[in-house]
Design a protein around this ligand. Structure first.
Ligand code: 4AZ
Length: 450
């Protein structure tokens, strides 16, 4: 017999109860579904976050690939683009002490077993195409933090490999009692500048021999600094969206615009920090590689990069220079101008009445809170240079500021010590495929391998 469900007779009250029940059930379903969605999203997010952040591991460049920390600088390429074997050498502290990284640990290199071939290899890893000399200084003369984790590097003359590949061993003491310091390039000198003649804030030829003018479509757009015969440091915001090298020329050894007989050079490659965003203020750093090496002549000279861990104290007097506007929103200057400005601490610069916490570790402030002297539009990318024991070092690249020379709005510069590993890695990647030899002129040369 077919079963027929007979709908019982319902009163209005019953009907109301029934709908309330249904509504409640529906609500419960909705709440449960929302909870499930939230839990799944959270789990996925955390999982993805952990994956992307490579917690406790080494991340390969800006990719999602992570490798064991101990696989970094171990002599074997683990990352797709070999990023784990880059940046394995650095110069540290005020004396340019050589340090080598292996498996994520930085070690100071002892002087025993060191030789010039190793020195030239270290410079190549630092992105240079030159090597000047190595010095040995007492372990006790260097900063305390560099005195632990020591290593001796021993290699036969015929081997030219990356330093981290050497059969190294860690030490608690250097038997010689000395550590290795390295000079890859003569930099930071101004041999053609006579300090007697300082004319206001117009610069003299040779006063800032590392200063360059970057021309885009034949017009001055930004400043830059020579750091080697092939590389110019500038700001990412100068080149963002304009990375076609053929549109740029680099003018060196000049104090006046337009250029009369100055060396003008073509650009081979423009690299800006991958994390730079035009709406952001961080990572404002870029490199330009020249097609041909510069000839240094006293009016054209490189400035030294600072070393890892070097601090530039508040109140240190440094120099800014450029062809930028001489007043906010004014015209660029015909003559290279310069000004002395004190370094400001991040704490000072982040005060509520100054930049209210906008200053990140990627930035360094310099200038006067009372206003009056500052960098301005067109100076961007140019140097904030500080003299340190008779050598000039590039401490900042002109980046941003609110207006120019306004009270409580000093200039903000990209902090070069923070950008060092990025700069070195770009230079190392692009360095020559070459061997190193000692030639008859008593200099080290790098000869290209076919
Ligand atoms: C600019 O627009 C710029 N006062 C450079 C430096 C400063 C401000 C603006 C710092 O290139």
């Amino acid at each position: 017999m077919p079963v027929t469900k007979v709908q019982p007779f319902m009163t209005e009250d019953d009907l109301d109860k029934k709908w309330k029940k249904r509504l409640l059930a529906h609500r419960m379903e909705l709440i449960i579904a929302t909870c499930i969605i939230v839990v799944v999203t959270l789990a996925l997010g955390i999982g993805l976050g952990v994956g992307l952040s490579c917690v406790g591991k080494f991340r390969c460049g800006f990719s999602s690939q992570c490798i064991r920390s101990s696989a970094q600088c171990d002599g074997e390429v683990d990352c797709g683009n070999g990023e784990d074997e880059l940046g394995c050498v650095r110069l540290s502290g005020r004396s340019s002490v050589l340090q080598v990284q292996r498996g994520g640990v930085w070690r100071t290199v002892c002087s025993e077993d060191w030789n010039n071939l190793l020195g030239a290899s270290a410079c190549k890893q630092l992105g240079y195409t030159s090597y000047v000399e190595s010095f040995f200084i007492p372990l006790t003369a260097i900063e305390e933090r560099l005195q632990y984790n020591l290593v001796s590097i021993n290699l036969s003359q015929s081997q030219i490999i990356k330093l981290q590949n050497a059969p190294t061993f860690s030490k608690t003491q250097c038997t010689s009692g000395k550590v290795t310091t390295l000079k890859c390039l003569e930099c930071g000198f101004r041999p053609k500048y006579a300090t007697r003649i300082v004319g206001g804030n117009l610069s003299r030829p040779g006063q800032f021999p590392w200063q360059v003018s970057l021309h885009f479509s034949s017009e001055h757009l930004c400043g830059g600094s020579i750091i080697t015969s092939l590389w110019i440091v500038t700001a990412a915001h100068c080149v963002f969206g304009f990375t076609d090298p053929s549109m740029w020329t680099i003018h060196v050894g000049q104090t006046e615009q337009p250029v009369h007989g100055a060396q003008s050079l073509a650009v081979e490659q423009i690299i800006y920090h991958t994390r730079y965003r035009p709406k952001g203020l961080d990572y404002d750093i870029a490199l330009m590689k020249l097609t041909k090496p510069l000839v240094f002549n006293g009016f054209v000279e490189p400035i030294c990069l600072p070393n890892y861990g070097e601090e530039f104290e508040e109140g240190t007097m440094c120099w800014i220079s450029g062809w930028g506007a001489t007043e906010d929103e004014g015209e660029t200057s015909v003559f290279l101008r310069s000004a002395m400005v004190p370094i400001l601490s991040t704490k000072t610069c982040n005060q509520p009445e100054v930049y209210q916490g906008l200053i990140s570790p990627w930035m360094i402030c310099a200038g006067y809170l009372e206003g009056g002297t500052d960098s301005c539009q067109g100076d961007s990318g140019g140097p904030l240079a500080c003299e340190d024991t008779s050598r000039w070092k590039l401490v900042g690249a002109t980046s941003w500021g609110i207006g120019c020379a306004i009270r409580n709005k000093p200039g903000v510069y990209t902090r070069i010590t923070h950008s060092l590993s990025w700069i070195r890695q770009q230079m190392e990647v692009s360095a020559c495929y070459c061997t190193i030899q000692y030639n008859s002129n008593e200099t080290w040369i790098y000869s290209t391998l076919e």
